[in-house]
Design a protein around this ligand. Sequence first.
Ligand code: M6R
Length: 365
Amino acid sequence: EKGGYPDFMMKEIFEQPRVVRDTLVGRMVGGELSIDELGLTMEELNLIDRVYVIACGTSYHAGLIAKNLIEAWARIPCEVEAASEFRYRNPIITPSTLVVAVSQSGETADTLAAIRDARIKGAKVFGITNVVGSPVARESDGVIYTKANKEIAVASTKSFIGQVVSLTLLALLLAQVKGKLTTGQVRMLFREIGDTAEQIQHILDTQEQAIHEAACACVDAQSALFVGRGMGAAIAHEGALKLKEISYLHAEAYAAGEMKHGPIALIDPGFPVIAVATRSPVYDKTVSNLKECEARGAKIIVVATEGDADITEIADHVIYIPVVRDAFSPITATVPLQLLAREVAIMRGCDVDQPRNLAKSVTVE
Ligand code: M6R
């Protein structure tokens, strides 16, 4: 069942190139991006003037990425909120509000309750889920399936990648409908998303040793900080969640620019700081935050872009990923952090597929 892999988590991490490809199948029809199952006409999509992404856990982190893309490309204000918060406040919802509910299992109690509430208040709801016919799929106006196939490990990996790719397509579609991107631009970006499948494969094929060495640097720590800016911050959040849920090592994620407002006080010699510092418009800013950590003796592990030799001046360990457009960096840069979390968990003797206290589907509130 594990296909020769030592655990389901590893198997599912290695399936991610396929998930990217499958999630894109059938989406480019006659040179136009198309998501038929959304259940809204182009006119209705064009009217959308506010988006909420609601989700829990890892799915919430996919939402952080979607916010960046929807605002950057479609220029529609987008908020991301934990379903357990959204449902208990009084968000501003009108008939032109789109609520995007993201849930691997399609049955998370808080996400479902938030969907029901949003529809009563008049929002259009899209579900993004991995489970065909699940409650999230049934109760939404339209649905995108993530094509990850069954995910068994409690820690979400391949379903996250499926969610990020699906949300990226949704952001492109909204931008196309709103006339913010031309069909030519959308086609080019679509092709680049496809390229991330080979890029993930390349990371899986080449970075094992670097990830092992980085894991050795974390395994005895009491705590670890994950940092990044922009997309890197969203990826950092997912990296920290993965590490804490399967290795039981305390981890926190921070926007790198926020370090000096508190968390830098934690840093003492040997403290692991794991940074996402791929080539992006905020690369230099992230590096200067890392220098501040280095000056206080932190052990610095960086996910960086191939060809970035300078990063070794501050980093103790570097995990390289192929050159990728910043917008698509979460699809690739998350992968080494999944592997890092798994490696630390294995070294600490944890059951990576069945972490304590957690369930695959959270159907209670
Ligand atoms: O099935 P869902 O996507 O709604 O689940 C949400 C969270 O419970 C889930 O992502 C959880 O955080 C994972 N264990 C993370 O790996």
